[in-house]
Ligand binder design. Structure first.
Ligand SMILES: N=c1c2ncn([C@@H]3O[C@H](COP(=O)(O)OP(=O)(O)OP(=O)(O)O)[C@@H](O)[C@H]3O)c2ncn1[C@@H]1O[C@H](COP(=O)(O)O)[C@@H](O)[C@H]1O
Length: 105
């Protein structure tokens, strides 16, 4: 699973040097942080609406859009998908209450 994220992360990194006219991602970088954040907000809303509709294909499609734009944000901020996977991995095995206690410390 993480191999897809890793490969996509590499493409997103490479798009930093691409012509905005040639690539959706390069165009989004060119528009800047606020444009990326706006897309994440839109995709989050579309994911919520898909879940309310309860159609599995729509939920998958919109969640993919949301994840994709979150990956664009990570790349824009100089972060990698692996950084988030490492964080999830670190949390794995902790109960929700243990994780909350760690945050509250
Ligand atoms: N996975 C994706 C991907 N998912 C979604 N999208 C884009 O995100 C948009 C989703 O936004 P919306 O649903 O709001 O649709 P829209 O109205 O067309 O969006 P806007 O143009 O208004 O922003 C789609 O139109 C796609 O352009 C993606 N664009 C690119 N990728 C991956 O990123 C790689 C690099 O893309 P390019 O930079 O375009 O080469 C590709 O090879 C793919 O692997």
């Amino acid at each position: 699973m993480s191999e897809v994220l890793e490969r996509l992360g590499e493409v997103l990194e490479a798009r930093k040097n691409a012509d905005p006219e040639s690539s959706y991602v390069a165009k989004l970088y060119d528009k800047g942080l606020d444009a990326i954040l706006k897309k994440i907000g839109e995709e989050a809303t579309e994911t919520v609406m898909a879940a309310k509709d309860g159609v599995p294909e729509k939920i998958i499609y919109e969640t993919a859009d949301l994840w994709f734009h979150s990956l664009v944000l990570l790349a824009h901020q100089g972060l990698k998908p692996q950084d988030v996977l490492d964080e999830l991995d670190r949390r794995f095995g902790l109960s929700g209450l243990e994780e909350k206690a760690r945050r509250d410390r």
